[in-house]
Design a protein around this ligand. Structure first.
Ligand code: BJW
Length: 257
């Protein structure tokens, strides 16, 4: 199949599916200028995950961890949505049951207007009290105090994100697995499919009978299992598929006249 045929097939599958899940990773935000984790210019090429994204790193040096998150919050706040985020949000109008399950913490799917979103790894705009677990939303950049403290009890606040070695929120993970096992179609967009348990979600969908469309400039461990693997940037590919989809809808309407 050439690229155009793959786009047409993807649009066909979308048009035929009742339960669609878009499973996204940092690649969907890379065209907004937000670095991925593992690519050539990825965060883990410049920073050591064990110093910044583990509970031990935070308990050893909360200031260092918070300085890194404060820098990332500023970076994200300066970036704009890209056509990938916008297309998924627009698809809410076509597909009543479309869910976005994201590993991203940048909040850009919400900003684009997607309505049904599961954030598996948390959200960088939320801070959590290390004593009481209270979650507050705070979009201030830069933060006024590093490390920030809870206004209610004075304890240290931490980023409301999931670090290595930490369990994901079981309720969210179970909801994601349930949606995946009921999906007819899963689009896997901009993830290296390396980080577990999130990486098991597309395989759960596949084993339950869903078709898998992978959109990624690079191959991943999921590629051999995908029904369609589209090598390209999500900000290019998603709008192209959407255009074919709109033409289909228009043709169907004209036929019915
Ligand atoms: C584009 C593009 C464009 C670029 N368009 N695409 C073996 C089996 C199972 C688990 C493990 C295991 N070994 C170790 C583990 C544990 C570990 C893990 O999976 N490690 C692997 C690295 C091996 N997992 C965990 O620790 C998890 N917790 C856990 O297992 O708990 C167990 C437990 C149970 C009970 C009690 C206690 C514990 C937690 C994982 C948390 C991950 N956290 C991070 C940081 C989040 C916060 C933050 O951002 O600061 O989440 S790490 C980072 O990786 C981030 C991401 O969400 C996640 C996935 O990365 P993603 O999004 O896929 O990015 P990249 O960079 O990897 O890929 C980008 C892709 O985009 C590439 O493919 C590009 O080609 C593509 N791309 N431009 C489309 N324009």
């Amino acid at each position: 199949m050439n690229t155009t045929e793959k786009h047409r097939y993807a649009a066909d599958l979308l048009a035929r599916s009742d339960h669609i899940v878009a499973f996204t990773g940092s690649g969907i935000s890379s065209e907004s200028g937000i670095p991925t984790f593992r690519g050539k210019d990825g965060l883990w090429k410049k920073f050591r995950a064990q110093d910044l994204a583990t509970p031990i790193a935070f308990s050893t040096n909360p200031k260092q961890v918070w300085e890194w998150y404060d820098w990332r919050r500023q970076l994200i706040s300066e970036k704009n949505l890209n056509p990938g985020h916008k297309t998924l949000a627009e698809w809410d109008n076509f597909f009543a049951s479309l869910y976005v399950i994201t590993q991203n913490i940048d909040g850009l799917h919400q900003k684009a207007g997607s309505k049904k979103i599961i954030e598996l790894h948390g959200n960088i705009w939320k801070l959590r009290c290390t004593q009481k677990g209270t979650i507050i939303e705070d979009h201030t950049t830069p933060l006024k105090e590093i490390p920030p403290k809870c206004k209610i009890c004075g304890a240290l606040l931490r980023p409301h994100v999931v670090w290595f070695g930490e369990a994901l929120d079981m309720a969210l993970l179970n909801q994601a697995l349930k949606l995946s096992s009921h999906a007819d179609l899963m689009l896997v967009i901009g993830t290296s499919s390396l980080v577990y348990p999130a990486a098991s979600i597309p395989m759960t969908a596949k084993e339950s009978g869903a078709k898998i469309i992978e959109i990624n400039p690079e191959s991943t461990p999921l590629t051999p299992h995908a029904d369609i693997s589209i090598r390209g940037k999500s900000g290019d590919v998603l709008p192209q598929i959407s255009e074919i989809l709109k033409q289909k809808v228009q043709k169907n309407r004209e036929k019915k006249k």
